[in-house]
Design a protein around this ligand. Structure first.
Ligand SMILES: Nc1ncnc2c1ncn2[C@@H]1O[C@H](COP(=O)(O)OP(=O)(O)OP(=O)(O)O)[C@@H](O)[C@H]1O
Ligand SMILES: [Mg+2]
Length: 357
């Protein structure tokens, strides 16, 4: 069936699901649109605050009903009580952290890679750092938490959708010794998913917790840029070993990095350190080095932020080209100077945090 036909079939199946107070789920005003991708069906049920428990059985029944017509797709149903409209980041960050953190099965430590600003090379750094940890002998996973702009499938050259076990658990992709999960591998090229806040956070929860990670030392999470709900929900639900912040050396990027640092401090996540990306440019023809963006800004900023400086990564066309080709430089040219930059950063992180080994 085409995706739109599946959406129709799911809606029809939901008509069989009773809801508290009478009526059926398909006719319920709090039912979201039904998102269908290559390998997933996602929908949300919005309920009045306090009604979450009462709707629990309806959620379970909705999953079963949707699974019958989903043709093997993973069904993600979130139950949300939207007390307030989506909040701006600072207000959201100021919310108290609920005591709901629980370990992720099969994962010993989780580190997140974030930035204040988009496009600073977070995903590039996350993927190459993850590969550098593999080179250090760790069992490593990479989770793409950028649901709005997933880039891990392209970075790692992953094709196809993840397998789903009979019990509904994702089997992660394997690439260059990494286990990887991304919502991107469940979309057809060009398909954009307009997540509503609560749906995105529950999709992330399922990617994180309903994946068979199978005994990782370290899970590296590539965050979306900024300080939004996805970050906050992740920080609140999982115990994190810490956060690595990526910035370019420009003042403006560093001002944004400060915002990310502030949020992480407020949420009591350990700050593992700052990485300066696109730090300097080495001319491919002459090998001459140019500090085009004012190299060194991040090292100074790290001092101001009161966090370790982990190292710098040059601006290098080969880094972009290998990423675009799905062969990140640490896997493609592990002994090149640019790969060494990532490997040195990984080693520095492990040196400072021996418990991550
Ligand atoms: N050190 C580098 N040298 C050259 N190109 C780089 C470097 N780091 C990243 N890039 C390129 O810059 C672009 C943005 O990088 P990337 O996607 O990793 O950033 P991001 O911070 O994850 O972006 P977004 O905010 O969209 O998630 C990509 O085309 C990437 O290949
Ligand atoms: Mg990214």
């Amino acid at each position: 069936m085409a995706d739109t036909a599946i959406a129709g079939a799911v809606k029809a199946a939901l008509a069989e699901v009773d809801i508290p107070g009478g009526g059926n789920l398909a006719a319920y005003a709090g039912l979201s649109e039904i998102i269908v991708t290559k390998s997933a069906v996602a929908l949300a049920i919005a309920v009045q605050p306090g009604m979450e428990k009462a709707f629990g059985p309806a959620r379970e029944a909705a999953i079963k009903a949707a699974e019958r017509v989903a043709e093997g797709r993973k069904v993600m149903v979130s139950l949300t009580s939207d007390k307030a409209p989506p909040q701006a980041a600072p207000a959201a960050a100021a919310r108290p952290v609920p005591q709901g953190k629980s370990p992720v099965p099969g994962v010993r430590n989780i580190i997140v890679v974030g930035s204040g600003k988009g496009g600073v090379g977070k995903s590039t750094v996350a993927a190459n750092l993850a590969l550098a940890f593999v080179a250090e002998g760790l069992k490593v996973g990479l989770l793409d938490a950028d649901l709005y702009g997933p880039s891990v499938p392209k970075l790692l050259g992953i094709e196809g959708k993840p397998a789903i076990r009979d019990d509904g658990i994702f089997q992660p992709h394997a690439a260059y010794g990494l286990k990887a999960m991304s919502i991107g591998s469940m979309l057809v090229p060009g398909q954009a998913v307009v997540w509503r806040g609560p749906m995105a956070t529950s999709a992330l929860r399922q990617l994180l917790r309903e994946t068979d990670w199978g005994g990782l030392d370290l899970l590296v999470v590539d965050l979306p840029p900024g300080t939004g709900d996805i970050q906050i929900s992740l920080f609140q639900q999982a115990e994190l070993a810490g956060a690595v912040i990526v910035s370019t050396p420009q003042d403006l990027a560093l001002i944004d990095a400060q915002k990310a640092v502030d949020m992480i401090k407020r949420l009591n996540i350990p700050l593992l350190g700052l990485v300066e990306n696109m730090s300097y440019f080495v001319a491919p023809d002459t090998g001459k080095r140019y500090d085009i963006f004012g190299h060194g800004g991040a090292a100074k900023a790290a001092e101001v932020f009161g966090m370790p400086f982990l190292g710098e990564v040059p601006l290098d066309m080969a880094i972009r080209e290998t990423s675009d080709a799905g062969r990140p430089v640490v896997a493609a040219e592990p002994d090149s100077p640019k790969a060494r930059a990532f490997r040195d950063i990984a080693r520095e992180l492990l040196r400072r945090n021996p418990a991550l080994r």
